[in-house]
Design a protein around this ligand. Structure first.
Ligand SMILES: Cc1cc2nc3c(=O)[nH]c(=O)nc-3n(C[C@H](O)[C@H](O)[C@H](O)COP(=O)(O)OP(=O)(O)OC[C@H]3O[C@@H](n4cnc5c(N)ncnc54)[C@H](O)[C@@H]3O)c2cc1C
Length: 373
């Protein structure tokens, strides 16, 4: 018989980890979430910035919105809508062609329902991390996971070697917990030693990712020459998307705020020169300038913003889906689940489905007798 999972550690408070933790708690399992960032959200984060004149500005600088075609995810969205955590962003999107200088393709993006968190994209994760039965520890990076063979328990330590406790089960919701990229960035071995799960090591050892730069812009007045609140760019090597942040439901309209996303090609070329390490402020300033200049090259009437800042997402989108059918990776002997968008599809829907499946799989293992910690 497998040990029951009465106490589970979820590593990462992005949407996959938060959905997983919330569903584990609903199934009576005591959960602790460890998140290295100061707050929840991961790539659904919301950024607070202060302009030079002291104005407070908020930006969804990761995923700007999400959509779904999956009925389980739709059901969750209905519940979140009823709790006031999510609203539909009723704007039609399109594209802008740099060659013809025209907007088009209104149908392609127009039909999908687009959802945003209220008042920011991180609101869903925040709410799920504070549900009954879920304990959340922010600013804690899990540095190592040790399997205690004689006890059938996981022992977790933070990056400085401090004890974080022992757990019957672990959910790892970020690829950096086991990938080589962690070592490239930190020079240290990843928290999870793949030798502990030899049967799964080959599946999970490498998850390639696509990078992206996001530039946050704030203007005094609405950009009235732009007829759309979200559009992709055609025939630009630099810009891929633009979104009007302040047009989303529940956002402040005291300034006009836009987010620009770079192309993968642009982001790759910067990383090829500068390396994987966190870019300097000077480098980010130059990148913000370059992306904004490309925005102005549309020929649309775009004045200078009073706030402009770039953020790098080194691993914005996973390139592979490592558990498309199963939706998460599962080791039933050691009660270890690996979930995240990289298991299903590179978007919020995929992350939700993966976290939900990890929680269901783990909860089924809780069946047997009463091993308590
Ligand atoms: C610029 C951009 C645009 C996007 N656009 C869209 C879009 O339009 N629509 C859409 O659906 N999706 C979009 N996405 C993708 C979407 O944001 C992701 O698919 C989704 O948020 C992934 O959620 P996740 O839980 O799998 O991972 P993450 O959100 O990355 O969560 C993982 C968490 O684990 C934490 N963590 C990692 N290691 C440790 C550790 N050792 N200890 C503690 N914590 C740790 C991280 O800090 C992070 O918070 C976009 C993403 C980006 C970056």
């Amino acid at each position: 018989m497998n040990p029951i999972a009465t106490k589970v550690a979820v590593i990462g408070a992005g949407i996959s980890g938060a959905v997983c933790a919330s569903n584990l708690a609903k199934n009576g399992i005591s959960v602790t979430i460890f998140e290295s960032a100061r707050g929840p959200g991961g790539r659904m984060s919301r950024r607070r910035e202060i302009a030079e004149d002291g104005r407070e500005l908020y930006f969804d600088h990761g995923a700007p919105y999400f959509s779904t075609t999956n009925s389980d995810v739709e059901e969750m969205i209905r519940v979140w809508e009823a709790r006031g955590l999510v609203a539909e962003w009723k704007q039609n999107f399109g594209s802008f062609d740099f060659i013809t200088k025209k907007f088009g393709n209104f149908e392609k993006e127009g039909l999908k329902k687009k959802y945003v968190g209220l008042p920011g994209m991180n609101s869903i994760c925040r709410a799920l991390c504070h549900e009954p039965g879920v304990e959340s520890q922010f600013g804690v990076m899990v540095g190592s996971l040790e399997w205690l063979e004689n006890k059938n328990l996981w022992s977790l330590k933070d990056k400085d070697g401090h004890d974080l406790g022992q757990f019957n089960g672990v959910v790892a919701s970020d690829k950096s917990i086991f990938s080589r990229r962690f070592t490239q960035l930190t020079g240290k071995p990843p928290p999870l030693d793949l030798h502990l799960i030899p049967g799964l090591a080959d599946i999970i050892k490498d998850v390639p990712v696509r990078p992206c730069f996001a530039v946050m812009l704030a203007f005094e007045n609405p950009l009235s020459s732009i007829p759309l609140k979200g559009f992709s760019f055609e025939n630009s090597e630099v810009l891929s998307w633009a979104f009007c942040e302040s047009s989303k439901p529940g956002r402040s309209t005291s300034s006009e705020r836009w987010i620009l996303h770079s192309t993968e090609q642009f982001a790759e070329s910067i990383i090829a020169q500068a390396g994987l390490q966190k870019p300097s402020n000077e480098a980010l300033t130059d990148i913000a300038k370059e992306l904004f200049q490309e925005f102005q090259r549309t020929g649309l009437d775009i004045p200078l913003p009073f706030f402009k800042k770039a953020h790098r997402w080194g691993g914005a989108f996973p390139v592979t889906s490592i558990a498309k059918n199963e939706k998460c990776i599962w080791d039933g002997q050691k009660i270890l689940a690996i979930c995240g968008d990289f298991c299903v599809s590179p978007n919020v829907e995929g992350a939700i489905l993966s976290g939900f499946t990890a929680a269901s799989t783990l909860s089924e293992r809780k069946l047997v007798s009463g091993q308590k910690m």
